[in-house]
Design a protein around this ligand. Structure first.
Ligand SMILES: C[S@@+](CC[C@H](N)C(=O)[O-])C[C@H]1O[C@@H](n2cnc3c(N)ncnc32)[C@H](O)[C@@H]1O
Length: 217
């Protein structure tokens, strides 16, 4: 059987197949020190009940549960299976089945945007435009947290990932990630490379907290 070549198709079909394995892998296959640290940074900068958009929210895992507990949360995901799981697990939050690069919400309508391990699946070259969309959605002084690639790797496809389907990733250097954020109007307030252990292998992740400019000064 030939493999699809459209990254969006690979990722959507891939997470439909991998959703259940991915939820297990998060618990058994990865040691991730950056996630709790940057989740805490993000939460501490927003009041309880703030409006938060989570892009590539997945199937309602522990990070999304924490965001839903504190904030008025809308999760967006490309995979229909992930959205079904998220709705089952977290009935008080709102979940939308959509491609984040096409999803729309009014300008300045959200206080915070979170993207944990999802922007790493955008087709290579689409990250700068996605940052510009996120900056537009955030109110002045809004907060953005993301985990991004730390290697200028371009594109990477695995023919058989979790769930047995192919998967697609893209990545840029930390310097390029920061350059794209600043070009979109963000100020980076916290960032760093953290090393995950994924299936026993050291994997660098570039974490960032960035803010849109405040209304005055
Ligand atoms: C590695 S999982 C991360 C899930 C969750 N955020 C977490 O931290 O565990 C990546 C998620 O991003 C979603 N995703 C990838 N590309 C997307 C896109 N263009 N629009 C919306 N969701 C996307 C995938 O379907 C998948 O559920």
């Amino acid at each position: 059987m030939s493999m699809p070549t459209d990254p969006r198709r690979i990722v959507a079909d891939g997470y439909d197949a991998a959703a259940d394995d991915y939820a297990r892998w998060l618990v058994t296959g990865v040691v991730d020190t950056g996630r709790p640290k940057y989740l805490a940074h993000f939460c501490s900068r927003l009041p309880e009940g703030a409006s938060v958009l989570e892009l590539g929210c997945g199937g309602g895992g522990p990070t999304t549960a924490e965001l839903a507990r504190r904030f008025a949360l809308t999760g967006v995901d490309l995979s229909s299976r992930q959205i079904t799981l998220a709705r089952e697990r977290l009935p008080t939050a709102t979940f939308v089945h959509a491609d984040m690069t096409r999803f729309e919400t009014p300008p300045s309508s959200v206080d915070g945007v979170a993207a944990f391990y999802s922007l790493i699946h955008l087709p290579y070259g689409e990250l700068p435009a996605m940052f510009a969309r996120i900056a537009r959605w955030l109110r002045p002084g809004g907060v953005f947290v993301a985990s991004l690639g730390a290697r200028a790797g371009g594109e990477h496809v695995e023919r058989e990932w979790l769930g047995g389907a192919p998967m697609y990733w893209s990545g840029y250097s930390p310097e390029d990630n920061v350059r794209f954020l600043e070009a979109a109007g963000f100020a980076v307030v916290e960032s760093g490379v953290e090393t995950n252990i994924e299936d026993g292998e050291a994997t660098p992740v570039f974490w960032v907290i960035a803010r849109t400019p405040p209304l005055h000064g």
